[in-house]
Design a protein. Structure first.
Length: 143
């Protein structure tokens, strides 16, 4: 029902806008589905020592887990990489530190929500140049 003095057309437009906004809110994802974050540090032959030192420093400063230093592309990653695993709380401090201290390294980060394809494709955070990932490995798994 429209307020006195508001035209029927204006009332209809506002009603449609409100319904659209409510649908949008219902489609929004809640961050409580995030179990942890993966921070992939990319490097090449020339920057392997820099990347290793960067990852070790992050592990020691923030208590994150440090995976293997892969000197070949693995999984969907197009370059050599090292994984840093972080809780949401650790990630809040880690990401700004990475942004300020990456010194030219490319960093790809994403939440873990249980949907690997969406996490790597839709929820990606890039520091430095964004690269194309090999997402077909997730589509074949049906994730």
């Amino acid at each position: 029902m429209c307020e006195r003095g508001v035209s029927h057309k204006t009332c209809s437009i506002l009603s449609l806008a409100l319904r659209t906004y409510c649908r949008h809110l219902n489609l929004m994802k809640h961050t409580d589905i995030i179990t942890d974050y993966h921070v992939h540090v990319y490097f090449d032959d020339a920057t392997v020592d820099q990347a290793r030192a960067f990852c070790e420093d992050a592990r020691d400063r923030f208590g994150v887990t440090m995976g293997r230093v892969h000197e070949r592309p693995v999984g969907p990653h197009p370059m050599y990489s090292c994984l840093l695993g972080a809780t949401p709380e650790q990630f809040n401090a880690l990401l700004p530190w990475c942004a300020l201290n990456r010194n030219g390294l490319i960093i790809f980060a994403h939440p873990s929500t249980g949907d690997d394809l969406a996490d790597h494709r839709d929820h990606a955070i890039w520091l430095g140049a964004g690269l194309e990932l090999k997402l077909s490995i997730f589509e074949a798994d049906g994730h």
